[in-house]
Design a protein around this ligand. Sequence first.
Ligand code: KIV
Length: 281
Amino acid sequence: MSATGGTRSITPPEIRAAKGKTPIVCLTAYTTPIARLLDPHCDLVLVGDSVGMVLHGLPSTLGVTLDMMIMHGKAVRRGLEKALMVVDMPFGSYEEGPEQAFRNGARVMAETGCAAIKLEGGESMAETIRFLVARGVPVMAHVGLTPQAVNAFGGYQVQGRGADAERVLRDARAVAEAGAFSVVLEKVPEELAVRITKEIPIPTIGIGASSACDGQVLVVDDVLGMFTDFRPKFVKRYAELAEAADAAVSAYARDVRERRFPGPEHVFGSAPKPVKGGEAA
Ligand code: KIV
């Protein structure tokens, strides 16, 4: 999918219309440099509340605040031109009811410049989604494993196995009927992902939900191999940056200790000569 008209961003209706066409490419981002890196390649960039675990070292997403999401949303906005930016609503910022969700969702949109928000929940969130959509807030829904409900689920296990499939299917139908423009389907069996993707009219964006989905999303740090101790089954690593960073930092530490860094090329003389397009030598 590509935005038309120069640097115009992809819109929620364009994502909605991509159902059944070319798969929708989505990754998370939390900072400007990573957003710049993703923008040419992604249709949608999600400022996920996974930021709490990925960047802030929190044990779950539950401690993430609205202010954190707004700060990271603003940073990501500065790095995007083409991709649609969606910001996650953190735990406690929308569940009280439609009015709370609208108040906080509108603040997130106004302060970050995002074009849509994401919230977790299926049938129980349908009324809220309908209220938001009717008032100009495009909503990406999130069903299956919803990490903000980790305590209610008792962990991060696959959802929708066996008889539980009907519950997840009902959730997906409910958010589509309420007007969400797409839905994240997290950690559900392939068969169920196939069924939901066939049945609902909005794109399913899978994470641990098979290639049957209309698009895929992953946490960018997982894709880049930024963690040595976290290797979930549903992630494919496309780089090993943690290993590369460890080797780089260890080489730097050795060079400093052995006085090999800084070298003569990194040192300033007492009579600076301006160099073309760069720093004084
Ligand atoms: O918070 C997040 O990063 C997410 C995606 C991985 C779907 O919700």
